[in-house]
Design a protein around this ligand. Structure first.
Ligand SMILES: NC(=O)c1ccc[n+]([C@@H]2O[C@H](COP(=O)([O-])OP(=O)(O)OC[C@H]3O[C@@H](n4cnc5c(N)ncnc54)[C@H](OP(=O)(O)O)[C@@H]3O)[C@@H](O)[C@H]2O)c1
Length: 238
């Protein structure tokens, strides 16, 4: 019997870790039937690699325009994805898009904190809330018992920078207060969602990258000594 395919949506899929996840999902052991690669400017120069990939896999990749800081844009994406997946729902939602501003507590202006919080916390919150009906449909349509990423799941791409326990060991290397606060907020959002929606059989996961992937090394270079950089690859979840 042919393996069941799953549907997945990744935010910020045009570059960095999001694009890498798209690539790895296409080659992964769990067949992806529909892969919604969302980004805020699909026609712009930063989305060329994704467009090339979408041309190679036209039956699988659906590029969806979504600005995660704009609720109307999120709602439009839900309509678009819902019209493709129908009653099968959306199996996997990956809240990957995020921003980093390099400011310590003393440098952090209120608008810096508000802006990063809006993208890294309010955006994922709105996405979870708006996509919930599609995740619920997927949980209902699945014959898989319990919870899993191939049934119905929402993954938050977090960071070790959001860990309270790691602050003492890492703050002097990375005094990025607003980013740390936002990722701690994202972590709390994810565990609250897991608790509030535990009867829906939707898995909520935080995926924490312990290292520093190359995408941010250049921007963090001013703050981090070279020895602190560690490559990290994206591990696909089964
Ligand atoms: N790289 C690391 O070392 C590292 C470590 C720990 C955690 N993370 C987390 O992993 C995730 C991806 O990081 P990355 O290194 O791949 O970052 P990146 O290369 O800077 O890419 C960020 C992605 O987020 C998108 N994005 C930002 N604001 C958006 C918005 N308002 N609406 C839609 N998309 C938006 C960007 O789109 P545009 O192209 O349009 O700007 C881009 O696709 C982030 O959540 C980050 O916090 C990364």
């Amino acid at each position: 019997m042919a393996a069941r395919t799953v549907s997945a949506l990744i935010t910020g899929a045009n570059r960095g870790l999001g694009l890498e996840m798209v690539k790895q999902m296409l080659e992964g052991p769990v067949p992806v039937g529909k892969l919604f690669a969302s980004c805020r400017d699909p026609d712009g120069p930063k989305s060329e690699a994704l467009q090339t990939l979408a041309k190679k896999y036209p039956d699988i990749i659906h590029i969806v325009r979504m600005d995660i800081s704009d609720l109307c844009s999120i709602k439009e994406s839900v309509q678009q994805v819902g019209s493709v997946v129908g009653k099968e729902g959306l199996n996997l939602l990956i809240n990957n898009a995020g921003i980093l501003t390099s400011c310590s507590l003393q440098d952090c202006a209120p608008e810096d904190m508000q802006s990063i919080f809006n993208t890294n916390v309010v955006g994922p919150m709105n996405i979870i809330k708006e996509f919930l009906p599609l995740l619920r449909d997927a949980a209902k349509a699945s014959k898989i018992p319990g919870m899993s990423c191939s049934k119905a799941a929402a993954v938050s791409i977090s960071s070790i920078m959001g860990s309270m326990e790691m602050v003492k060991a890492t703050y002097s290397l990375c005094p990025i207060t607003s980013y740390r606060v936002s990722k701690a907020g994202l972590n709390m959002l994810t565990v609250c969602a897991a608790e509030e929606l535990k009867n829906d059989e939707i898995l909520f996961l935080r995926c924490t990258l312990a290292g520093c992937a190359l995408t941010w090394v250049e921007r963090m270079g001013r703050l981090m000594p070279k020895k602190a950089w560690r490559g990290c690859s994206v591990c696909w979840l089964h």
